[in-house]
Write a protein that binds this ligand. Structure first.
Ligand code: FEO
Length: 382
């Protein structure tokens, strides 16, 4: 797939994957991108995961068409990109690895590869390959400490490593937002400060295309994609609305969660609702980031909340979820504890406003719960 007259994506997609990075469901497959820049000297940007290595290798060799590879830029050592670096070194024993010092440490930890002759670059270093001048931009913690991006000054293309990627195998931008939000929040959601830093570094750079290591090439409306990364990394809500995450043993807590949903929608509020026991935490983390408010509804079990609710909240706070308002619905047949315990989990989270009105039901909803439910709905619409 051509990005410009001299840049080609030689990556590959797979649907033969259940969990991306061993934990995030990849219902729509996954794409692993890798690029070559054809110039006086030929440069390869990154390898691929073992799942697609055979197709990638065939793409690499057919696009080189017998030419030698001069430089191999390694942007990120996570094995979904670095698995195939041994193949590159085997095929092209004289290739010069180009990377930063932190990557060298990780290469030695992961692989038995001689890096004595590697070209070590730092933030702002450049490499001229003929027409192209490649400028390296360190991007620590987007997603690992050694990550670096590269800006091609000739074609004005940003090789962005994991950033701006998304889940899913297809290469169109049509359905980018939902897959990208789930990918971003779970993979780099914790590192908003570091993402903000890289956005600031790139602020005055003209970018015609963003070439991520996952997902489609972004070659239109670049400002839109940068803006959405700015929203996510500054922990601002995308949508003024409510995400209701509930767990329910026999349907009684679920009923109240849906009553609240109906009340809010009747007031014109956008609501998204999810049963945390029947959906993956990675989907729910993304939904929590999307909306400005969240309601957590859980029965009390063993003096605590429903275990899967605890697991979801643990995932959410580990991604530095912040700047939101949160409310609670609890259920307990003899000693309700779940609202208190859920609230405690956010005690170290930044800028969380807890809603005053807590709905507490005993076993099942009855009319005595109605005023509290109305009060919670009213508080959410203030
Ligand atoms: Fe796609 Fe952080 O690796």
């Amino acid at each position: 797939m051509k990005i410009s007259d001299s840049i080609i994506n030689i990556g590959a997609k797979t649907f033969d994957i259940d969990l991306f990075e061993g934990q995030y469901p990849a219902h729509n497959g996954m794409r692993y991108n890798s690029y070559i820049v054809l110039d006086d000297k030929i440069t390869l940007f990154d390898g691929v995961d073992k799942l697609v290595v055979d197709e990638w290798k065939a793409n690499l060799l057919s696009n080189l068409n017998g030419k030698n590879l001069d430089y191999f830029v390694i942007s990120h050592l996570e094995p979904d990109h670095s698995f195939s670096i041994g193949e590159v070194v085997k095929l092209f024993p004289n290739v010069k690895i180009v990377t930063n010092q932190k990557s060298i440490t990780l290469i030695k930890q992961f692989y038995d590869i001689d890096v004595t002759d590697a070209v070590i670059v730092t933030d702002g270093s450049t490499l001229n390959t003929g027409k192209h001048t490649l400028k390296f931009i360190t991007a620590p913690m987007v997603h690992w400490p050694e990550v670096m991006m590269t800006y091609d000054e000739y074609d004005k293309v940003l090789f962005s490593a994991d950033a701006f990627g998304r889940l899913g195998a297809e290469d169109t931008l049509d359905d980018w937002l939902d897959e990208a939000r789930e990918y971003y929040t779970n993979i780099v959601g914790k590192y908003g400060v570091q993402v903000q830093n890289i956005l600031k570094k790139l602020a005055n750079t003209q970018i015609n295309a963003i070439c991520s290591l996952h997902g489609p090439i972004i070659n239109e409306n670049i400002g839109y994609y940068v803006d959405i990364y700015n929203t996510w990394s500054s922990y601002k809500a995308e949508v003024n609305g409510v995400f209701i995450a509930y767990a329910s043993v026999y349907g009684n807590t679920e009923k109240v969660a849906y009553m609240l949903k109906d009340m809010l929608e009747a007031k014109g509020i956008e609501v998204c609702i999810s049963d945390v026991a029947r959906s993956h935490s990675s989907e729910n983390v993304a939904k929590a980031f999307k909306y400005s408010s969240m309601i957590l509804a859980s029965p009390t079990i063993d003096g605590d909340m429903f275990p899967i609710m605890k697991d979801f909240i643990h995932h959410l706070i580990s991604k530095n979820y912040q700047n939101r308002q949160i409310g609670f619905i609890e259920n307990g047949s003899w000693a309700s504890q779940s609202a208190k315990q859920m609230k405690l989990l956010f005690e170290n989270s930044k800028n969380i406003a807890f809603l005053e009105n807590v709905v507490s039901i005993k076993s099942a909803y009855n009319d005595t719960n109605y005023p509290a439910l109305c009060a919670l709905a009213d508080e959410l619409t203030k």
